[in-house]
Design a protein around this ligand. Sequence first.
Ligand SMILES: [Zn+2]
Length: 383
Amino acid sequence: MATVGSLLRQLGFAVVDTRAGQDDGERGAALEYSAFEAAIADLRMRSTRQGPALYQPILLLWAVGRARRGDSRLDTWSTTEREVGRLLSQHGARGERPRPDYPAAALHRAGLWDMHDHRGPVPSAHGDNNIARWFATHQPRTGLPLPVYERMRDSASDRARAVGTLLTYFDGVDPRAVRALLVDVGLDEEATHASAGANGEVPHAVRVAAQYDRLCRSVERDEAARRGRRVPRQSQRPLRSAPAREAVLLRCGGRCENPRCPGQPDDRTDAGQPILEVDHVVEITADGRDHPSQMVALCPNCHAVKTRGSTREAFRVELLKVAARLHQAIRPESGSGARAETVPTPAPTSASASTPASTPRSASTPAFPSASAPERGGTAPGA
Ligand SMILES: [Zn+2]
């Protein structure tokens, strides 16, 4: 709890502890809903060869389905174990065993799962037999934290978004299997509602938005961690965030983001790669932010205009607005994070190439995408 709590606080979320005074780490603090949304986009999960193990998303989807039906928030452990155990057996696509105690313990420690009338410590989620024994002995009544439960019960849009976020963990799983799980937990309407196709596939836009959100959160977490730390400007090349770059490439969908692109914004290389360069509209050295809300994907021509063209100053101002607008469109609620108001004014630069030859490939302006841009793709990585 301490870890996630402090992380969430760093991100500017309020973490409300309704039972202050008890020992830390021994209860799920009640979360503000926004903190829950952030946390489920960033679950820490055991990895398998095919991707993260799905225990936690499955338990949460089950609980969201219960809330949707108006079932009681907390349920006895025997019921939870039976129902979620069955879901894990039938829908666990990555070799999950029918062990609801794993995700319950892990989510509880992350503050995302309530255990009513329970005080003592819960064993580590990655122990084994003693976790099962602990649950068998204590028989806690468990479920979603109250503010989360109420949102999931009452708000269709929050529910659809939470389901969309949880489904990003199912990347690479057969969509029909995902659909079967959703029907099983009573969230088929959310799936249908969100689905463009008849096969229950999670729509591309929902996946992209959720993945984009996750990348932005990662960028913002790094920003928060760096804040206050001095970064020597002259001696080192500024740090550039790989997730920020990945997010921009995801957002642009393979297309130059200059709305007035005069070239062939959709053209591709023989290998099918988009011909794009990710640009920080305002250089980091000029106090630009290493964040997708201030970055754009440009074709080489637009990029050259932006760095060397005679209209570059006006163009830069325009692109800054474009970046903010595109960011806002895909991630409407979180905005661009805590520093949104500190958008810098673009400072004039010389007309010399903005990408010095000495800048390594990992900088903001890579060579044409090739082997250096493996994360390229309109779909979420791992899809
Ligand atoms: Zn262009």
